[in-house]
Design a binder for this molecule. Structure first.
Ligand SMILES: [Zn+2]
Ligand SMILES: [Zn+2]
Ligand SMILES: [Zn+2]
Ligand SMILES: [Zn+2]
Ligand SMILES: [Zn+2]
Ligand SMILES: [Zn+2]
Ligand SMILES: [Zn+2]
Ligand SMILES: [Zn+2]
Length: 223
């Protein structure tokens, strides 16, 4: 015992803050109803369980969970049961569990969760009918802001021309202006385009929406 404590301890709950001596009273059960956080004294059956969680100290137990599908809404424990695949057939929206090969693909779109993939598109003009993405050039695969317009821009800059859609009436492919339009004389601001198909080398034409749709019709196998 510290001399300071000869006449009187300085109690901090169950423990003297000068000499460290303990008493059986004023324990601190706030962090754990069954173990004093100051002196370590243990007691039993003190939690006030509400399902898996103690209402008083917040401790949890692996019993009487409050299951919401695969996840306990009180303690966040998960189980391999009743997952939520509604927003992604291959990843549970609640617990993040993954599984493979579970989409029901209908072309580029899953019929169950509506996720999309970059194959099986059904092109219609400049967009995919199913998922709505922009159609890529069939030579370079660029998609961003391609096929911006038909014939309506009076003064065509190089950037405009490169965004334009072209089609080849011979092989029925659709291309961006970058693949078609190597300028032969860009110094004077005059854009001269090769206008040749990068696949079959025949002449290409600038395409309007109607031209793109017509190309799609030509390419679809007739039944
Ligand atoms: Zn104590
Ligand atoms: Zn407790
Ligand atoms: Zn729980
Ligand atoms: Zn889950
Ligand atoms: Zn799916
Ligand atoms: Zn698509
Ligand atoms: Zn291209
Ligand atoms: Zn061609």
């Amino acid at each position: 015992m510290n001399l300071k404590c000869f006449f009187r301890h300085k109690w901090d709950g169950c423990k003297c803050s000068n000499c460290g001596v303990t008493r059986d009273g004023a324990h601190d059960w706030s962090r754990n109803c069954e173990k004093c956080s100051k002196c370590g004294l243990a007691r039993q059956d003190a939690h006030r369980w509400n399902g898996c969680k103690c209402n008083k100290c917040g401790k949890t137990r692996d019993d009487e969970h409050n299951w919401d599908g695969c996840k306990c809404s009180s303690c966040s424990k998960t189980r391999d049961l009743n997952h939520d695949w509604s927003s992604d057939c291959e990843k549970c929206a609640r617990c993040g569990k993954a599984r493979e090969a579970s989409h029901s693909w209908d072309g580029c779109k899953c019929a169950n969760c509506r996720k999309t993939r970059n194959i099986g598109h059904e092109w219609h003009g400049r967009k995919c009918k199913r998922c709505g993405i922009d159609r890529p050039c069939e030579n370079c695969s660029r998609t961003t802001a391609l096929f911006d317009y038909g014939d309506s821009i009076p003064e065509v800059t190089l950037a405009d021309a490169q965004r334009r859609a072209y089609y080849c009436a011979t092989c029925h492919k659709i291309f961006c202006g970058i693949c078609i339009g190597v300028p032969r004389n860009s110094s004077g601001g005059i854009m001269m385009f090769r206008s040749l198909c990068p696949i079959c080398n025949n002449r290409v034409s600038a395409a309007t929406d109607a031209d793109l749709v017509a190309m799609d019709r030509l390419r679809r196998p007739t039944s």
